[in-house]
Design a binder for this molecule. Structure first.
Ligand code: SF4
Length: 348
């Protein structure tokens, strides 16, 4: 493979086809000397972990409108930020987001460090995010490898080792491609190419700027890569969510700070376990004594397990709850449960 020719072809393609993203400084502006705002780059990278660009974009716009700088974000109450994050999922990220903003504000005078090692030392900033921020915000020559890059590299080199075992090999191959002259653009060119051309299904090889260098393309079966080891089935858990209403208000509780959905507002729930609760167990876990009746059942898939949540509904009052009409503050699983319970209002 001629690495120099591959780099030139991909960067030339990026110059013409870079996606316009609200956190991005495009290649032409960058060439004219415009520098990206590290806060916006970092925020976008945290939001984009496990989340698509269309889903993350409105959240990014809301966050940067409400908190234009990292110092503004650092000074905000936890509850406000967690509420604004509701719907993005993976709530540990929101807690780490605040911890990181406060570390930058308090320990670095509100200025993000500009090298990978120092970024890596910030709360919630893993190896990938540190490399991405260092490259995109500061033009450091780092090796930014996410799922998109793994896929592209596995196809370019027709890597026969299945994921996840292939990760070190893919990282090493990606590292050999990084350019010295435009590392920030290179990282984003690889991301854009993976997202729009070398897609997981039906890659657009006929429009690919680097097909001449691609082993999988020449072999005629790019979709075969990356190879993946067979996955074990996700375990299933069961629980009950309680929709307690008072007129048009719904009772919420704040979940404990640690653990799944920690610190988020939620419907009260029973424990979640490997077998369904009996009716007696469900009533015993309710937040108050009331005329509880079945009002639906929802399914939700988390990273490590699938959840079946039965919804019980009652009209009444309870201690230690927050009353609200604004269900938008709820994470997706509870929003789904609340909507299911409210939709069953007519049933007895
Ligand atoms: Fe991906 Fe096809 Fe391009 Fe190879 S030729 S890098 S498989 S889009």
């Amino acid at each position: 493979m001629n690495v120099q020719s591959l780099r030139s072809a991909l960067l030339a393609w990026y110059d013409e086809n870079a996606r316009a993203l609200p956190w991005r400084v495009g290649p032409h502006e960058r060439a004219a000397g415009v520098r990206p705002d590290p806060y916006r780059v970092w925020l976008s990278e945290i939001m984009l972990q496990q989340t698509t660009v269309p889903h993350a974009t409105p959240y990014f716009l809301t966050f940067t409108r409400r908190w234009p700088t990292v110092v503004d974000l650092a000074a905000e109450d936890d509850g406000e930020v967690m509420g604004a994050w509701a719907g993005l999922g993976y709530y540990a990220r929101a807690r780490n987001l605040l911890a990181c903003a406060r570390a930058v504000a308090q320990q670095h005078g509100g200025v993000f460090p500009d090298i990978e090692e120092a970024l890596r030392a910030l709360p919630g900033v893993g190896a990938y995010t540190a490399a991405a921020v260092a490259a995109i915000a500061f033009d450091r020559q780092t090796n930014v490898v996410d799922g998109n890059v793994e896929r592209v590299v596995s196809r370019l080199f027709a890597v026969e080792t299945p994921l996840p075992d292939a990760k070190p090999e893919l990282k090493s191959l990606a590292s050999a491609l990084v350019t010295t002259d435009r590392p920030g653009d290179w990282a984003q060119a690889m991301m854009d190419h993976g997202a729009t051309i070398c897609r997981p299904k039906q890659p657009l090889c006929e429009r690919c700027p680097v097909s001449a260098h691609c082993t999988a393309f020449h072999q005629g079966n790019p979709e075969r890569y990356p190879l993946k080891r067979a996955k074990a089935d996700r375990p299933r858990r069961y629980g009950v969510a309680y929709l307690l209403t008072r007129g048009d208000e719904v009772a919420l509780v704040r979940r404990p700070p640690k653990g799944l959905l920690g610190g988020m507002l939620a419907l009260p729930t029973s424990e979640w376990r490997g077998s369904a609760l009996t009716d007696e167990e469900a009533l015993a876990s309710a937040p108050t004594t009331a005329h509880w009746r079945t009002a639906g059942e929802i399914e939700h898939v988390f990273t490590h397990f699938a959840l079946t949540l039965k919804v019980l509904r009652a009209e009444g009052d309870a201690k230690d709850v927050v009353w609200t009409r604004d269900l938008a503050v709820l994470p997706s699983v509870f929003l789904k449960a609340a909507k299911s319970g409210l939709a069953s209002a007519g049933r007895g």
